[in-house]
Design a protein around this ligand. Structure first.
Ligand SMILES: *[C@@H]1O[C@H](CO)[C@@H](O)[C@H](O)[C@H]1NC(C)=O
Ligand SMILES: *[C@@H]1O[C@H](CO)[C@@H](O)[C@H](O)[C@H]1NC(C)=O
Ligand SMILES: *[C@@H]1O[C@H](CO)[C@@H](O)[C@H](O)[C@H]1NC(C)=O
Length: 870
């Protein structure tokens, strides 16, 4: 029965409550809460951090419904929607939509409470403030836990809510001063157990209240989107408007204010309706706003000027913290009394002290007056120099308005601005920009980039930015910074180096904004950074569109997905130096790295270093196939290739891969010296190509390991043909377990004896040719033309029968240093001869006799020679 205390559920009372508002809807003051709610534009502001926000409504509901219910302190800046949130609670409650556990809801505005004189009891206060209340409220207060008290605007309260300065009361019928009643309600001595929500701008008074703090962040992007969709009923217009806003002013803190969104939507709507362009900068936006307001007031040019100058005097005083006196006194002293009907558009005139609807309009008016009539105020010049941060927006506006094109619409309505004043400012801007941009402070650079962006004058930027400071990283930048940076870079037609070193999180938005600047730069420095996939996409398209020659991404973790995206931009670009640290650091998988090789066929024009690091990574980490040999071969052919040595051990490159690889070895530029293709599914079929390459004049391959492949007799004999050529550079050849036969060994013997072979190391183990098979090699070693230093005949089926030839070889050779004889069948009988020959041959560093058929009896004998291993 009492669910109708504040606003009855009948439409008339609800309308009365909603209409019970102060002021009027104004462009700067925002839409009235009642209108917001009834036109279904209410959107709960966000609470929490940007990453982890929840709706304010939810936060309040949680706090109010908790077991140990706490008072809610709803804190947010001007225009963040606190009043609307409170009123929306009341309306929803009255409509039965939520908060139904409360039987009564009372809404108080501190501003109204200020004006109540004399003594009240709680009952009479409620009856006074809430006209729909029944004659006797006493029964309504029987169950305080069912009562919800909403207090709006604590920051405007003239009394102290501090409990220690009042003697708190507890009896609803006891009379006391209003400030005492309020303090008693806030501190729970009166109506103990009732729930309460106090909304306020940040204020000192909060210190003496306890409860759950709910901070209003206002509209983050998702809420802005909802708001625009509700404001512009046409989805296409809403999308266009929102997109424009996000691009031009969405990055300023002010755009989280619902009130600012309202202003912006209203301006956009009228511009869109009239087919005009939307403003690109904050200055342009405020020019539109002021033009709009002045048109609405339809005053004469002289009166417009008078009004703006009067507002300027107020703005000057407020900005210097000198606002004092009552609203009426202020009106008089600044010459506003003649504009009483007009000031609502700019000022919160229902307040005890006049103030501007927003700080921004105050700064804007100040900037205009600075250019119209300097005598309006003192101390501003000093402020420009001293208070660099505080007056950011003022400087923005001064910079924007110093450009004739931008201030033109205002001059039409207000008359000409003072040329000298403008010239002074422009000189200040120019000389300070020039001086600052010679320095090394990133923040200061950005400050002037922002000012230049507001001015929107390309030639000014070109005059000011004559050289860039490569040593400064513009990294770790906000979206707002990105807009300004991109603006100046595009104005000057690109920077040689765009240094974004150590940008810990390059977001999609920032990368999108910076894309034009990136594509105009020759060098992009992004080492030690971290980029999202979407940001890499923008970088990749800048690469393929632009003139970027060098990109440094070292120590910037990419991962598979992002590396693939990046490679898509490498296909057709001017890049020839891409620095990426070892891909293992980049968290790239082997498969992805392989894909990159395939994705970058135009490697010559893309990136050598990148490709090499990919190749080296792939080579070390994954199964290579013939297909990946194309890229590798291409890399080898480059005259810039740093590749001298490749280990492709245990892959699957096969004969096709070998063919591709050795074709590139024939190229003049190929400087490869060492190739390991141990165990790679190769057969003798590829040896023709190997032979051809080795017989080419430029070939410098001096080490080749073909071990554990089915090279076979035919293949090996072809190799021998190449080895016998005087020009053959081969010094170290591995043919372990290659299915070699006696004829092959015979041929190898001839090669070694030929006097032209450069071979110093030959490994032919695990080819089961026996004593007779290996004999040509011993004979060759005894030949003066043989330069061999190392011979490996592990497990070739040798017996004591070979030892005589072996000893002659060791004794005769002038070059031999080591012989590998593991896993053969020598016995104790051979040991004395072997020990003797080793003792007689100081050149011999090692004779490995492990795993032969020796007994322990000969160990002692072998120990006499330290170069024998057994
Ligand atoms: C831009 O700035 C230059 C150099 O300060 C000035 O000469 C020119 O008039 C300005 N152009 C416009 C269109 O405002
Ligand atoms: C590489 O990045 C890591 C993590 O971002 C950082 O801790 C480290 O200092 C960087 N190394 C170099 C040499 O810059
Ligand atoms: C050589 O012999 C040792 C000991 O019998 C054995 O472990 C090793 O596998 C053999 N080496 C080869 C290549 O067969």
């Amino acid at each position: 029965p009492y669910n109708s205390l504040v606003c009855c559920s009948d439409p008339l009372s609800l309308a009365t409550f909603q209409g019970n508002c102060f002021g009027k809807t104004t462009l700067l003051g925002g839409e009235l809460p009642a209108s917001v709610i009834s036109s279904n534009k209410y959107i709960s502001g966000a609470q929490g951090t940007e990453e982890d926000w929840s709706s304010v409504d939810e936060a309040i509901r949680t706090a109010l419904s908790a077991e140990n219910r706490a008072a809610v302190l709803l804190v947010g800046p001007e225009g963040s929607g606190k009043t609307t949130t409170l009123k929306n609670m009341v309306v929803d409650w009255a409509k039965g939509k939520r908060l139904q556990s409360f039987s009564h809801v009372f809404y108080f505005q501190f501003r109204e409470l200020n004006s109540l004189q004399g003594a009240f009891s709680l009952e009479s206060l409620i009856q006074h403030s809430h006209s729909h209340t029944p004659a006797s409220v006493q029964p309504l207060l029987q169950k305080p836990e069912n009562v919800l008290l909403l207090f709006d605007g604590l920051s405007e309260y003239r009394h102290s809510p501090d409990p220690s300065v009042h003697s708190l009361c507890s009896d609803p019928s006891q009379e006391a001063s209003v400030s005492c009643l309020v303090a008693s309600l806030l501190h729970g001595s009166l109506l103990k157990g009732a729930a309460s929500v106090v909304a306020t701008r940040p204020t000192e008074s909060l210190k003496c209240l306890s409860g759950t703090h709910v901070e209003m962040l206002g509209f983050l992007k998702p809420q802005r989107e909802s708001y625009f969709n509700r404001f512009f009923t046409d989805p296409a217009t809403a999308k266009r408007a929102l997109g424009h806003m996000e691009r031009t002013v969405g990055f300023y803190d002010i755009s989280t204010s619902p009130r600012f969104c309202w202003t912006l939507c209203s301006v956009y709507k009228s511009l869109i309706d009239s087919g005009a362009n939307l403003p690109e900068t904050l200055t342009q936006l405020f020019v539109e706003i002021l033009v709009h307001l002045l048109h609405t007031l339809s005053l004469s040019k002289a009166s417009n000027r008078e009004l703006v100058l009067a507002l300027g005097r107020l703005a000057s005083h407020c900005s210097l913290g000198q606002c004092s006196g009552s609203a009426t006194e202020q009106m008089d002293s600044f010459g506003l009394q003649q504009f009483v009907a007009s000031v609502d558009a700019f000022l919160e005139s229902d307040r005890p002290v006049l103030s501007f609807h927003t700080q921004l309009i105050q700064d804007f008016i100040l900037a205009i007056c600075w250019f119209m009539d300097k005598s309006t105020y003192d101390g501003l010049e000093k402020r420009l120099e001293q208070d660099r941060r505080g007056s950011t927006f003022l400087q923005f506006f001064l910079s924007g308005l110093s450009e004739p094109l931008q201030r033109r619409p205002l001059e039409i309505l207000l008359g000409e601005f003072n040329r000298d004043q403008i010239e002074d400012f422009r000189n200040w801007l120019k000389s300070n920009s020039e001086a600052t941009l010679q320095g090394f402070s990133k923040d200061e650079h950005y400050r002037y980039f922002h000012l230049l962006h507001q001015a929107q004058n390309d030639s000014l930027v070109k005059e000011v930015i004559t050289s860039t400071r490569r040593a400064i990283s513009y990294g770790e930048l906000s979206l707002q910074d990105a807009v300004a940076l991109n603006y100046v870079i595009t104005c000057v037609g690109g920077m040689e180096t765009l240094n974004l070193y150590r940008t810990r999180s390059l977001s999609e938005e920032v990368a999108r904004v910076l894309a034009p600047a990136m594509s105009l730069s020759q060098v992009i420095e992004l080492a030690d950074s971290s980029l999202g996939a979407a940001a890499v996409q923008h970088l990749a398209s800048a690469l393929s569109r632009g003139v970027i020659r060098k990109l440094d991404l070292s120590n910037s973790s990419l991962g598979d997905e992002k590396l693939k995206i990046l490679c898509s931009g490498l296909k057709d670009c001017k890049l020839h130096n891409l620095k990426i640290w070892p891909l293992s650091v980049m968290k790239v998988s082997a498969n992805c790295a392989k894909l990159c090789i395939v994705l970058t066929p135009n490697w010559r024009r893309s990136s050598m270093h990148f490709l090499f690091s990919v190749i080296l990574y792939v080579v070390q980490n994954c199964a290579l196939t013939a297909a990946s040999m194309n890229a590798l071969s291409a890399a080898l052919c480059s005259n810039q290739s740093p590749l001298r040595k490749i280990n492709l051990m245990q892959n699957h490159i096969g004969d096709d891969g070998m063919e591709t690889l050795f074709k590139s070895l024939k190229q003049q530029h190929c400087k490869l010296q060492s190739l390991n293709v141990f165990d790679n599914e190769i057969s003798g079929a590829c040896c023709a190509h190997v032979k051809e390459a080795l017989m080419t004049e430029h070939c410098c391959l001096s080490e080749l390991d073909l071990s554990v492949n089915d090279v076979g007799q035919e293949g090996a004999l072809q190799l021998c043909q190449a080895l016998s050529q005087p020009s053959c550079p081969m010094e170290k050849l591995g043919l372990t377990r290659c299915g070699l036969t006696m004829p092959v060994f015979k041929e190898l013997g001839s090669v070694l004896k030929s006097g032209t072979s450069q071979l110093k190391s030959l490994t032919v183990g695990l080819n089961d040719v026996g004593d007779a098979g290996v004999k040509p090699l011993w004979d060759a070693l005894a030949h003066p033309g043989c330069l061999l230093e190392e011979l490996d005949v592990e497990m070739t089926g040798l017996t004591d029968a070979c030892v005589e030839d072996l000893c002659v070889a060791i004794r005769t050779s002038k070059t031999l240093k080591s012989v590998e004889l593991r896993n053969n069948s020598l016995t104790d009988a051979s040991v004395p001869a072997l020990v003797e020959v080793m003792q007689d041959s100081p050149n011999m560093l090692e004779l490995n006799l492990k795993y032969n058929d020796f007994s322990e009896d000969v160990f002692e004998m072998m120990d006499q020679c330290s170069n024998i291993r057994y």
